[in-house]
Design a protein around this ligand. Structure first.
Ligand SMILES: [Zn+2]
Length: 92
């Protein structure tokens, strides 16, 4: 990804330009490096709003989890509703 401000060639996964600090894109996903339940080595979590458009974590209504193996192949995917605060209150 090329920085529009200074022309620096940033890695695809970068959210900010290392040279000038410009924001390259909003962060719509997180990557967790770990051994996944289905035999992968990392999980990518993408955040979506109520309209299923990519959004920042704080506004997410849905989360899509994608597990990848060490060759970068997607091996498992599932979508979850993000637990909103009200829904996690104990219901008695
Ligand atoms: Zn830059």
């Amino acid at each position: 990804m090329i920085c529009l401000k200074c022309g620096y060639e940033a890695p695809e996964e970068a959210y900010f330009c290392k040279r000038c600090g410009a924001k390259l894109r909003d962060k719509h996903s997180d990557t967790v490096h770990h051994f996944t339940p289905h035999g992968g080595v990392k999980t990518e979590v993408c955040y979506f709003d109520i309209n299923h458009e990519p959004c920042v974590k704080e506004k997410a209504c849905f989360m899509e989890f994608r597990e990848y193996d060490s060759d970068g192949n997607e091996i498992y995917k599932f979508t979850a509703h993000k637990k909103i605060k009200e829904a996690t209150e104990p219901q008695e």
